[in-house]
Design a protein around this ligand. Sequence first.
Ligand code: HEC
Ligand code: HEC
Length: 347
Amino acid sequence: MKLLRVFVLLVSAILLAAACTTAPEPVGFQPEILPLPADPSDYAPIASYAAMEIPADNPMTPEKVALGRQLFFDQRLSGDGVLACYSCHQNDLGLSDGRPTAVGAFDRPLTRNSPTLWNIGYHPEYYWDGRSKPLASQALAAWRGGNMGADLEESVTQLNGIEGYQNQFQAVFNEDATSENVSQALAAYMRTIISIDTPWDRWQAGDESAVSDAAKRGHEIFERIECNNCHDGVLFTDFQYHNVGIGMEAEEPDLGRHRVTEEDSDRGAFKTPTLRDISQSAPYFHNGSVATLEEAVDLMLGGGQENPNLDRENLKAADLSEAEKEDLLEFLRSLDEPVQLSEPPLP
Ligand code: HEC
Ligand code: HEC
């Protein structure tokens, strides 16, 4: 409770400082969770997240984050007027969309599963294959590409025809909406999507009653069988690309990271997904080929799927009893995030 107040004060101070600063220095940013829970006394102490790197050309300000949040929820950004960014990154679906592979604007089928956006501002590279960075360029790609299918010029003209947006863009960027500043506002908002209030975080912060004994045993198992060779640290990802064999049996498999680096060793390698909110974000893997968390864990426990590039160095088969497997799953469920993104009023 006290910690939260300190945290909120700290965030306000940093945001204020960021708003006043003119020097384009990269700033460390401790992001705010939006929305804060109605009763702050429910709020857990803060997990030990590092300060987030913020690009010098897109400093965080509360007004920019608020604008980005509106844009994220606004269907008018999509080519067909039906989808918002949020459509494929929803609360009850672990900030994903519940589909094996996404369906973009104009009902265009896409080839990959929608990843969660929790803690996305900490990722050094975006998409399952890491082909895009920084976050503002990713946002632009999602807006213009198959996901949202927007014609940027039309979309920007439309935004500038909406009085509320026009005033906000002037206030935040000193200019009308452009494809660049829309992407910057979206990126600023996404940097505030932080998962820190899971039972696991509360346990790590010293609340022994926050998780069950089964989850505690599961955490030990997770480390003992070295799932954290890849699902490492407070975000449960090393941000590296590994081949665990998913989809490699296909006639023309998605080669993942190989498409970016053209290295043979990257054939079939994908970014290690975070495990935060994992029980909510079914179906699993880059191609959504596995329906339940139990099956996904079984597949990893089996040492992945056989193929010439399987990362055997990091991923080893582990023989767990049914009870141990249940403990492991209980630990993964302790990573469920209760904080919800909420839709702001739109102009
Ligand atoms: C039709 C569903 C859909 C919509 C709409 C959509 N996304 Fe996504 N999003 C996806 C899919 C699928 C991927 C993964 C694509 C890939 O890896 O090739 C993704 C990936 C991302 C990522 C990278 C995640 C990671 O782990 O690297 C971010 C960030 C993101 N989307 C933000 C947005 C924003 C911002 C918008 C709105 C401008 C948006 N998305 C709209 C489906 C969608
Ligand atoms: C070699 C690194 C590595 C190790 C070790 C590893 N994983 Fe993974 N894990 C990955 C990668 C990479 C993916 C995504 C693969 C894909 O979609 O093609 C993944 C996906 C998952 C998923 C699905 C996530 C999602 O959002 O779709 C779960 C659940 C999972 N792993 C759990 C585990 C568990 C439990 C262990 C320990 C038994 C483990 N992993 C060990 C790299 C690893």
